[in-house]
Design a protein around this ligand. Structure first.
Ligand SMILES: Cc1cc2nc3c(=O)[nH]c(=O)nc-3n(C[C@H](O)[C@H](O)[C@H](O)COP(=O)(O)O)c2cc1C
Length: 182
């Protein structure tokens, strides 16, 4: 058998280098904040594309035929806010299904990120008290944010640099990825 291995062309190398820049930004962060609306039962395509760019063998995961996949992203903290317009856990299938939190939560596990805080505000249509529910979700986010901050790897110097910033406060390289809903 003859294996032909071609060196990547300039375009391919350029694309690979660009992907590496995105991964390096992700890997340099100590903590992540993701705002993730449900789009057609899943996550927004921009977030999926970002996942597809950085989730490369040797970067985000390893693989062996005996052990399977192993996440390579360790020592990170992640906070995820899930929102949807109709779906919420436990609704009848006619109101939607969750390939949203289930997928993104599993991506965290796959990548090796185990310290994950989840906040949900679902749904906004079926609930009888949307304003109160929204207020409760914001309260939960504020509480989680204060704990997230104290658990984060930020230094006292980072805190001094960002006075008054609580939920979003974090290490200098905090990665924020968001998708906008309707
Ligand atoms: C393209 C698109 C698809 C959506 N699909 C769903 C869906 O499948 N289920 C659902 O409950 N909400 C769906 N929504 C509603 C969003 O989840 C909701 O607007 C978002 O979580 C709240 O963000 P907003 O306050 O910026 O609108 C969709 C919104 C958009 C724009």
């Amino acid at each position: 058998m003859v294996a032909v291995v071609e060196a990547p062309g300039a375009d391919q190398q350029g694309a690979w280098d660009a992907a590496r820049v995105v991964f390096d930004q992700f890997a340099a962060a100590d903590a992540y904040l993701f705002a993730v609306p449900m789009w057609n039962s899943g996550i927004p395509y921009v977030l999926k594309q970002w996942i597809d760019v950085i989730t490369q063998p040797g970067w985000v995961f390893g693989f062996t035929p005996t052990e399977g996949y192993t996440g390579l992203i360790h020592g990170k903290k992640s906070a995820v806010i899930y929102t949807s317009g109709v779906y919420s856990p436990g609704v009848p299938l006619a109101f939607g299904a969750d390939f949203h939190a289930s997928y993104f939560s599993d991506w965290h596990r796959f990548a090796g990120i185990t310290d994950v805080t989840e906040i949900r505000w679902q749904p906004t249509v079926l609930t009888a008290t949307p304003d109160a529910d929204r207020g409760a979700a914001i309260q939960r986010a504020a509480e989680a944010g204060s704990k997230f901050w104290t658990r984060s790897a930020a230094t006292a110097r980072d805190r001094r640099r960002r006075p008054g910033c609580r939920w979003l406060a974090g290490p200098a390289h905090t990665q924020v990825v968001s998708g906008r809903g309707r």
